[in-house]
Design a protein around this ligand. Structure first.
Ligand code: NI
Ligand code: MN
Length: 230
């Protein structure tokens, strides 16, 4: 049975008995992080977009461990230029890895690496559907609500949906609640709601509302460092 561990903000580790993948490894500048980039052990890094709170420490971790960054093509090419091993994919495409199957999904957001005097656009952002040991996880990435989440729910038996609830840059709690109805997951894990003041939300209140709206769905709030068997 895989485990899902929160590492702060939008960073999560998904592990089977034999493999670990990390979503959006933002750690060194992350006020919620309980581990540093040097502590990470993983087989691949799944990076949804180029914003610093998601690309984060992906390149130094990938270089240290010799593991690939899985990302949309333009972002993957950016990472490759920094010397990282990459596996470029794009929205709607899937690929099988040692650890499981990964498919890139749409996300309504931006994607760029923003330097002091340069904004480098890194293509469209994405979400990920990962199937590991017969457990299917939908990691929405940074996104607004979109109707094709219903399609994702129709095409996949989603065991776990990791959804942003912070508002301002992504879905807020009301839209995330609507997304739960479209995706029909068994378990919901909120993310992206407390690292900055502007996205501050009460995740426990959201979790209670999930149960009210969808009785057969559970929401669990994971503090950084906490994990759940999925
Ligand atoms: Ni973003
Ligand atoms: Mn973000």
């Amino acid at each position: 049975m895989p485990t899902l561990k929160a590492l702060g903000h939008a960073c999560f580790a998904l592990s089977s008995d034999t493999h670990t993948v990390i979503f959006d490894p933002w750690l060194s500048e992350n006020p919620e992080a309980v581990i540093g980039p040097g502590d990470v052990q993983a087989d691949a890094l799944l990076v949804s977009h180029g914003h610093s709170d998601h690309l984060g420490d992906a390149i130094p971790i990938a270089l240290r461990l010799g593991i690939p960054i899985v990302a949309p093509y333009e972002l993957a090419m950016y990472c490759a230029r920094q010397g990282a091993d990459v596996h470029a994919m794009h929205i709607g495409g899937g690929a099988t890895y040692d650890f499981g199957y990964v498919k890139l999904t749409n996300a309504l957001h931006g994607s760029a690496v923003i330097g002091d005097d340069l904004i480098e656009y890194t293509g469209p952002p994405c979400g990920f559907i990962v199937t590991m040991q017969e457990t299917t996880v939908y990691y929405a990435g940074d996104t607004g609500l979109f109707g094709d989440m219903e399609l994702l729910g129709d095409l996949n038996r989603i065991d776990v949906a990791i959804l942003p609830i912070g508002d301002n840059f992504t879905m807020g709690p009301d839209d995330a609640l609507y997304a739960v109805g479209l995706l029909e997951p068994e378990l919901v894990v909120p993310m992206h709601y407390s690292a900055f003041d502007v996205i501050s939300q009460d995740a426990h209140k959201f979790a209670k509302r999930v149960k009210q709206v969808k009785a057969d769905c559970t929401a669990v709030v994971l503090k950084p460092g906490e994990e759940v068997s999925i």
